[in-house]
Design a protein around this ligand. Structure first.
Ligand code: ARG
Length: 268
């Protein structure tokens, strides 16, 4: 009996989800009547708009200038939106909330210096890559360490941005889980390093270089200590129409040189 009830419950839940999916489907059809302009075929959150989710505390890929978000990702996505005949809207949020915002239809895509990794590919689809990066170690200049290898097994406290590959992939190769300190953004992690609350910071190479520039002689970098990572744009799982369109746009802006112009504008 118990088994049957459980089976029924599962069945009911499944039909509910099916009904919900159908309802959402028809809703979207209404919102995006099947014409081929203005992004109608891309299953967008809001017709005519391309809503990019990011965490604008990651220079030079995204950061605030006054109240607007600028940087490589904003520049590239602006070009992509134009190719698709859409208006770009940027939503700034914490880095770790991006996947949920995507799945929950608050945004159409994630552009955030976002690294392709297998765990993420389970819940979202990635475009072709557009940038190669590496996790980089930031230390105070007076630190004696000269490699990641030397830092292993020393019980060092390592500051990272929460939810990043620096936190989940790079830092655990150097220290125990308990010694990894998550911050809302890289700048806060760097402050903690300067005030001695952590012994090192691990973050992607481009922001690492920005922080080094900001703090002059106080910081030093250990580069090329970790594997390469590839940045790509993430769309909702199964949104093949948007994925294909963004990939085509990326190819076009790479071919016509406008992609490289944006990169050169923001990356030294
Ligand atoms: N590349 C790293 C990752 O994907 C860090 C990205 C952080 N991006 C940001 N906009 N804060 O996990």
């Amino acid at each position: 009996m118990k088994k049957l009830r459980k089976a029924l419950a599962v069945f009911t839940a499944a039909s509910l989800i099916a009904v919900m999916a159908t309802a959402c489907g028809s809703n979207n059809d209404k919102m995006n009547p099947g014409s081929s302009s203005g992004g109608s075929n891309y299953n967008l959150v809001s017709d005519g708009k391309l809503i990019m989710g990011t965490n604008a505390e990651f220079p030079p890929f995204e950061y605030k200038e006054g109240s607007s978000v600028v940087g490589v990702d904003a520049g590239v996505l602006d070009l992509v939106a134009k190719k698709l005949g859409l208006t770009l809207e940027i939503k700034d949020m914490t880095f770790e909330s991006l996947p949920e915002a995507l799945a929950g239809r608050n945004i159409d895509l994630i552009a955030a210096g976002f690294t392709i990794k297998p765990e993420r590919e389970e819940t979202m689809d990635f475009t072709d890559t557009y940038y190669t990066a590496r996790q980089t170690i930031l230390l105070k200049s007076d630190s004696a360490y000269t490699s990641a290898e030397e830092m292993k097994g020393k019980n060092l406290k390592i500051g990272v941005q929460t939810g990043t590959t620096g936190m989940n992939d790079a830092a655990p190769t150097l220290t125990g889980e308990d010694n990894i300190v998550g911050f809302n953004n890289g700048a806060l992690a760097v402050e903690a390093l300067l005030s001695g609350r952590v012994d090192a910071v691990i973050i992607d190479n481009n922001p690492a270089n920005e922080y080094k520039d900001q703090h002059g002689d106080e910081l030093k970098l250990l580069e090329n200590q970790f594997e390469e990572e590839q940045y790509a744009i993430a769309v909702r799982k199964g949104n093949k129409e948007l994925l294909d369109a963004v990939n085509q746009a990326l190819r076009d802006i790479k071919a016509d040189g406008s992609f490289q112009k944006v990169v050169d504008q923001y990356v030294r």
